[in-house]
Ligand binder design. Structure first.
Ligand code: SAJ
Length: 447
C-alpha cells in the first residue's frame, strides 16, 4: 500500500503509533493531546530523572491540568515514557521532534536538534512520517533534515513523509491552547501536507496547510512580531516618563483605534521564546533591514537596566543606598507560572545586590532566589522594606492591600510596579510613593 494511504488509514482507525522526542513544555502536552485522541503514544526524553518523574505522574513542567492528564493517559496505557528512542522510533508511524533549540550569543544552538535527528536516523524506516515542532531556523527542514534522510536512500514525500508543524503553545495555557490554536502544517510535499493535516485535525480545531519554509518563517515571524510590539510599548514607556505622562493611558487611547493593538510595556522580555526567536529570523534578514530586530531586542533588554536605575535613585533619597532593603515580589518571567527562564527579575536582583542593597525575594510559584534572601510569606518580605517592587504580575499580588503594605514597610517606602498591576491612587492614598514603568507623572519625585 502506498505510504500516504497507509498512514491515512492508521490515523482514521487510531492505530497509528506516535513517538515524541523531548518531553518539555512542548513535547509533553503534545504527547498527552494525541494520547487523549486515542493514539498509542511514546514519549522519549534523554533526562532519566524527568522520565522517572513523569512515569510517576509528577511532571516538572507546571501546566494547569497536565499532571492529571498525564496520569490518566498512563493509567489507560495510552502513554509510555522512556529514555530509549530506538525501539519506539522503529515501531512508530509518526515521530515528532520537540526538543529545545536555544540561542547562544545570537546564534542558534542546534545540538539538541541534531541529537534528535541522529536518534531518528537509527530507527527510521520506509512508511513513516517525521514531524518537527521545535522552533528552527528557516529552511532547516528542506536544507538539513531532508538531505539527511535522502542520504540514507529514501525519497522524501514518497518513502518517508516530512512536515514542519510549529508549536504555538502559550506556557501556562498549553493544554487549553493546544486545541484552540490554529495549527500551521508545513509539508515538504503534497503527500506530507495531506497526511500531517489529517493527523493534526484529530487534535486541533483548525489547520492551515502550506510548505515547510513558509511554516518555518511564520513561526519565527509571530514571536518576532510580539517582541517588536513589546519594544514599541517599552519605547513609549520611556517617552512618557520623559515627558511626564502615563504610558498606560497613552496605549489605552491609541488602542481604541480599531487598527491599532500595542502590547504592554514591562520589566523586559523573558521566557525561552521571544528573546531568542528574533535571532533565528535575523540570520536571513538582509543586513540593511536587520537593525529593526536588533533595536527591538536592545530596547527590551535596556528597559530592565532602566528600571534598576530608577530603583537606585528612588532608594537613595540623598541618604545613600547601602543597607537599604527592597522586597522583590515575583521572580518568574511572567505571571502565574513557575518558569524563571530569562526572567528580567534575575537581572534586577543581581544588579541591586551588587549595588549593596539588601534584596529579599518572594514568589508563591517559585523557590528561585537568584542568590539572595527569600521570604516565606508576603508579610515577611514586606517587613521593614524601604522599597517594594512588583517584578512579576502574579494575580495574587493584585490584591495586596496598600494600608497593610504601609503598616509593614518603613516610613517613606516606595512601591515600584513593573507590570503596572496596582492602583497608583490607592498606593498614594495609603501614604506610599508609587512608581512604575512608563508612569511619568511621578517624574519630579525621582529625578
Ligand atoms: N511581555 C511584555 N508585554 C506584553 C506581553 C509580554 O512585556 O504585552 C513579556 C512577558 O512579561 C514575558 C515575555 O514578554 O517576560 C514573553 O511572554 P509572552 O507571554 O509574550 O510569550 P511566551 O514566551 O510565554 O510564549 C510565546 C507565545 N507567542 C506568541 O504569543 C506570539 C506562545 O504562543 C508561543 O508558543 C511561545 O512563545 C513559543 O513557544 O514560541
Amino acid at each position: 500500500m502506498p505510504v500516504e494511504s497507509r498512514l491515512l488509514e492508521r490515523i482514521s482507525s487510531r492505530r497509528a503509533a506516535l513517538t515524541f522526542l523531548g518531553l518539555g513544555h512542548v513535547g509533553l502536552p503534545t504527547a498527552v493531546a494525541f494520547s487523549r485522541a486515542g493514539f498509542q503514544v511514546t514519549g522519549v526524553d534523554t533526562d532519566s530523572q524527568r522520565v522517572r518523574n513523569i512515569a510517576l505522574g509528577k511532571c516538572d513542567i507546571r501546566e494547569p491540568g497536565l499532571d492529571e492528564a498525564v496520569v490518566a493517559c498512563l493509567d489507560r496505557g495510552g502513554l509510555h515514557v522512556t529514555c530509549d528512542s530506538y525501539e519506539p522510533i522503529r515501531m512508530s508511524d509518526f515521530v515528532s521532534i520537540c526538543v529545545p533549540t536555544p540561542v547562544e550569543m545570537g546564534k542558534p544552538d542546534m545540538r539538541n536538534f541534531h541529537a534528535a535527528l541522529d536518534a531518528v536516523k537509527e530507527g527510521v524506516h520506509r512508511g513513516m512520517m517525521i514531524l518537527i515542532e521545535s522552533t528552527i531556523p528557516p529552511s532547516t527542514t528542506s536544507g538539513t533534515v531532508a538531505p539527511r534522510l535522502r542520504s540514507l536512500g529514501y525519497t522524501i514525500d514518497e518513502d518517508i513523509l516530512l512536515a514542519y508543524c510549529p508549536e504555538r503553545l502559550m506556557p501556562s495555557r498549553a493544554l487549553e491552547e493546544f486545541a484552540s490554536n490554529t495549527r500551521i502544517i508545513g509539508g515538504i510535499g503534497p503527500k506530507s501536507r495531506r497526511v500531517a493535516a489529517e493527523l493534526y485535525k484529530t487534535v486541533s480545531r483548525c489547520v492551515e496547510v502550506t510548505d515547510a519554509l513558509t511554516a518555518e518563517l511564520s513561526k519565527v515571524a509571530e514571536n518576532t512580531f510580539r517582541d517588536l510590539n513589546i519594544a514599541y510599548a517599552n519605547l513609549l514607556a520611556l517617552t512618557a516618563e520623559n515627558l511626564g505622562a502615563d504610558v498606560n493611558e497613552v496605549i489605552r487611547l491609541a488602542n481604541t483605534h480599531h487598527r491599532v493593538s500595542i502590547h504592554k510595556p514591562g520589566l523586559g522580555v523573558g521566557g525561552s521564546c521571544l528573546p531568542k526567536d528574533p535571532y533565528l529570523l535575523i540570520q536571513h534578514v538582509p543586513k540593511s533591514a536587520s537593525d529593526l530586530i536588533r533595536s527591538a531586542r536592545k530596547i527590551n533588554d535596556e528597559i530592565t537596566r532602566h528600571v534598576v536605575d530608577i530603583l537606585l535613585k528612588a532608594m537613595d533619597k540623598g541618604t545613600g543606598i547601602k543597607g537599604k532593603r527592597i522586597a522583590i515580589l515575583g521572580v518568574t518571567y511572567k505571571p502565574d507560572t513557575e518558569d524563571v527562564m530569562n526572567s528580567p527579575a534575575r537581572y534586577v536582583v543581581e544588579a541591586l545586590t551588587r549595588a549593596g542593597i539588601c534584596v529579599c525575594v518572594y514568589d508563591p510559584y517559585s523557590p528561585e532566589t537568584y542568590g539572595t534572601e527569600r521570604a516565606s510569606s508576603l508579610d515577611e518580605a514586606l517587613e521593614g522594606a524601604d522599597c517594594v517592587m512588583i517584578a512579576t504580575g502574579h494575580t495574587v499580588f493584585k490584591s495586596i492591600d496598600p494600608d497593610h503594605m504601609r503598616h509593614l514597610t518603613r516610613s517613606g517606602c516606595v512601591v515600584f510596579d513593573g507590570p503596572r498591576i496596582l492602583d497608583a491612587a490607592r498606593i498614594e492614598a495609603a501614604g506610599l510613593t508609587y512608581l512604575g514603568v512608563g508612569y511619568g507623572i511621578q517624574k519630579g519625585r525621582v529625578s
